[in-house]
Design a protein around this ligand. Sequence first.
Ligand code: ACO
Length: 155
Amino acid sequence: MDIRQATVDDLLGMQNANILNLPENYTFKYYLYHALTWPELSYVAVSPKGEIVGYILAKMDEEAVDTPSGHVTSISVLRPYRRLGLANKLMRQSQKSMATLYNAAHITLHVRKSNRAAISLYRDSLGFEVTGVEKGYYADGEDAYQMTLKFEKEV
Ligand code: ACO
């Protein structure tokens, strides 16, 4: 599986993977905004047939005042391609670019409290910590954990 930087041509495939995997969906314009503003932060995993089987959509936090902060808007991997280490690689690629190109001091994300697989990815594989709980963050009322990775840790 090839992991490479996402281009504008990949955005429909990313949106498709997102719709298949998650209830949090975004307009095409929002994908385009990420790709045009922070082109080095979003990546795709591509099968030998050229199908997009995983993606990370990421950005810099525009409201961060003191220190630059990266943010993962969304990550997912199509079901038949899970537990192959793809999400781990997608996260690390994006983290590296946030740190080296945008001087990010940390990276944040939100995840559903019930999302065991994703929480394990962030906490156990990547070293994120829970830094807050946002009550009723999701449209269906579920709470979110805010998770943070500080970049003095190896990425
Ligand atoms: N159960 C427990 N731990 C898991 C699971 C699982 N089902 N899947 C992954 N992990 C953890 C493990 O620690 C794993 O390491 P290991 O395989 O050495 O044990 C580690 O994550 C890395 O696994 P990967 O193979 O890199 O993860 P994968 O490519 O399967 O993708 C993902 C994980 C993205 C969470 C996938 O299950 C998915 O697409 N789920 C649906 C979409 C989703 O929930 N996305 C995250 C929403 S939050 C957000 O986008 C910010």
